[in-house]
Design a protein around this ligand. Structure first.
Ligand SMILES: Nc1nc2c(c(=O)[nH]1)N[C@H]1C(S)=C(S)[C@@H](COP(=O)(O)O)O[C@H]1N2
Ligand SMILES: [Mo]
Length: 423
């Protein structure tokens, strides 16, 4: 199991104060349970072992630990020397975004934004829009086929619709196609698509599709897709195209995503699932040890994070492909942190759309399409080898890896690690 050690950080102490308060016997101030995750309970964690373990967790992933997907070009854009970026339009001075009708379709626009017409969107114009239209939201970045999330980010950008309307769209537009890497070269281009409805509208509280220029308060790095990437909330990372330079409006009704061509389900919403962060390799039999992990929370919400510690030799239940009959124990789901980490100055989170501006508290916890952390004390009863597993139960009461146990639409196998108990 590939473990997201990059989520643990020595310097960050996001929830330490909260837990120390609990340890000192203060009454727990529990966040209001979310409407969409009725059973979600933040449990009291006061054992010193757990206090120590959770003090190492960091909510937002710092840039240096954020995993990146290399890009498809040759040479890869994330590795290009800086002096080659201007000719590709990948510096703030040279970046232009075209939004034009698909030449192979019958989509109509009154005012396409194009290099040819000299009105493509440039970075200063995007920054001008940002002055009044910028939004910020928390969102996990996960790759469809990676066992653990790439990182938890604070994303800032301008809703794409603000720019899309500038093109005076008229008719026959059902989707957008959009391109990254070497956008002009079909061989080295990486592309994705979205229904136009997802761009123009979303449910209250849901984050919009944005032209993103900042992550964790900093302008996007070269590897992070700078100067501008698209961020498509609710989906896996393959829809969040980096080095964005061209968007086509099309009347095609189907996706033509690079990832779809590679046998992935690109329409899949993010799956709810648990992963380990820290587990000991060796423990003392009969003595509790702290384990920590994360839960990725998709639209189905989260009611529980659980673990199961099983002697390696003990038989598995029969006819139980999804391990539903394991001896699952509830872990404590951690509340919103006080310090958010992720290189934010003093760990302070600026206003985000998922928080109540009056109270500074999240409207729901966990927040859909983000991560939460969990912690538990596990005990191996007798000496010997053990298997330690973790899973989530979503807000509909359905345990991981259900309701969608298939691959290629997000990895959500139940995680397992080995540990050895000594006398
Ligand atoms: N231009 C471009 N954008 C891209 C990709 C790519 O190869 N080229 N990979 C996608 C995939 S599959 C993922 S999982 C995310 C990863 O984002 P990150 O590199 O910021 O972590 O970027 C997406 N955007
Ligand atoms: Mo990916």
């Amino acid at each position: 199991m590939d473990r997201p050690e990059h989520f643990a950080s020595e310097h960050a102490s996001l929830t330490r104060r909260f837990f120390l308060q609990l340890g000192a016997g203060a009454a727990a101030v529990l966040p209001a349970p979310a409407v969409w995750a009725k059973q979600a309970q933040t449990q009291v964690v006061s054992d010193p072992l757990l206090v120590e373990a959770v003090s190492e967790l960091e909510y937002l992933t710092p840039l240096s630990k954020f995993r990146r997907q290399g890009g498809r070009g040759n040479p890869r854009i994330d590795t290009l020397p800086a002096d080659q970026l201007p000719s590709l339009g990948l510096t703030p001075e040279t970046w232009r975004l075209e939004i034009v009708p698909d030449p192979d379709s019958d989509s109509e626009m009154g005012n396409p934004l194009s290099n040819e017409r000299g009105n493509a969107l440039d970075f200063p114009a995007l920054m001008k829009l940002a002055e009044t239209r910028a939004v910020r939201f928390l969102h996990v970045l996960s790759c469809t086929n990676a066992p653990t999330p790439y990182g938890m980010g604070l994303w800032e950008g301008v809703p794409l619709r603000e720019v899309f309307w500038m093109t005076e769209p008229k008719r026959n537009i059902r989707r957008i196609f959009y391109y990254g890497d070497y956008s002009d070269d079909p061989k080295y281009c990486f592309q994705s698509s979205l229904p136009i409805s997802r761009v123009l509208e979303e449910a209250p509280g849901e984050a919009p599709v944005i032209l993103c220029y900042k992550m964790n308060g900093q302008f996007l790095s070269q590897a992070g897709g700078g100067p501008v990437r698209l961020v498509a909330p609710g989906f896996y990372g393959n829809r969040s195209i980096k080095w964005l330079r061209r968007i086509l409006a099309t009347n095609t009704s189907q996706s033509n995503d690079s990832y779809a061509e590679r046998n992935n389900d690109v329409e899949s919403p993010i799956k709810t699932c648990a992963r380990f962060i820290q587990t000991p390799k060796k423990v003392r039999a009969g003595q509790p040890v702290a384990i920590t992990g994360l839960a990725q929370v998709g639209p189905s919400g989260l009611s529980k994070a659980q673990y199961w510690i099983k002697p390696a030799g003990a038989p598995m239940a029969e006819n139980d492909p999804y391990l539903a009959k394991g001896d699952w124990q509830d872990a404590a789901i951690l509340p919103p942190p006080e310090k958010w980490g992720g290189d934010l100055p003093n760990g302070e989170l600026p206003p985000v759309m998922q928080m109540d501006p009056e109270t500074g508290k999240p409207f729901t916890w966990p927040i859909p399409n983000t991560l939460v952390h969990w912690a538990a004390l596990a005990t191996a009863a007798a000496p010997g080898p053990y298997e330690l597993r973790c899973r989530t139960v979503d807000a509909n009461g359905i345990a991981q890896p259900l309701p969608r146990p298939f691959g290629r639409s997000g990895k959500n196998e139940i995680a397992v690690v080995a540990l050895e108990a000594e006398a």
